[in-house]
Write a protein that binds this ligand. Structure first.
Ligand SMILES: [Zn+2]
Length: 210
């Protein structure tokens, strides 16, 4: 099982039980679990949601480790195999409609999640024709909640990502600036489309869709 599969399966299952999951590279917890790492971010620990989390301290956790993960490997693209190391399946949060609504509202940060945007970008490299529904599922976690993901946005995102891959066929990691550019709402500008006139870029582009 890879990291994205386990995260999506857990998220889907938990959502049916009014539980919003919270995930990072080593575990999935309930959004009412105590924050694992003390963030150095300003204001963290003072917000209403993090006080809730400390108060409720829901013990639910699925921990996992990476299988044969090589840091410099070019294979993983953010999608690496994991194995589950421990599970605590108990919840002390209320699992009610209203707590779920609150969790959903507060769990989305107002910033882009770079790791998840990278995952979406890498997915599109492996499969440029990834179904819109799946793409939306990946993107909805990394984009601010206020942002509406419609088909125009998905199309623009696909086109920008395709040009990005054609321009940087070996790039693995996104910078924040690139991620911000790729998730722009507006239609592609003329200069962005004109970049495809460069013969090398155009050639890379053709190879991708072969
Ligand atoms: Zn819980």
């Amino acid at each position: 099982m890879n990291r994205v599969q386990i995260q999506q399966a857990a998220e889907y299952f938990c959502s049916k039980w009014n539980i919003q999951t919270y995930k990072n590279s080593s575990c999935i917890t309930c959004s009412y679990s105590k924050p694992i790492y003390q963030s150095s971010m300003k204001g963290e620990g003072k917000t209403e949601s993090s006080q809730f989390r400390k108060l409720i301290s829901c013990p639910f956790i699925i921990r996992y480790g990476k299988v044969e993960f090589k840091r410099n490997s070019k294979q993983h693209n953010g999608v690496y195999s994991v194995y589950v190391t421990s599970i605590i399946a108990k919840h002390t949060c209320l699992m009610s409609n209203s707590t779920y609504r609150v969790a959903k509202k507060t769990s989305h940060s107002s910033k882009l999640n770079l790791t998840e945007v990278s995952t979406a970008v890498n997915y599109l490299k492996i499969n440029p024709h990834l179904e819109a529904r799946q793409l939306r599922n990946i993107l909805k976690d990394c984009i601010p909640a206020s942002f509406h993901i419609d088909s125009t946005f998905l199309n623009n995102f696909r086109r920008r990502v395709a040009i990005h891959h054609a321009k940087h066929p070996d790039s693995r990691n996104l910078t924040h600036d690139v991620a911000t550019h790729l998730t722009k709402r507006c239609n592609l500008k003329t200069y962005e489309i004109e970049e495809l006139e460069d013969p090398i870029i155009r050639n890379n582009f053709r190879t991708m869709y072969k």
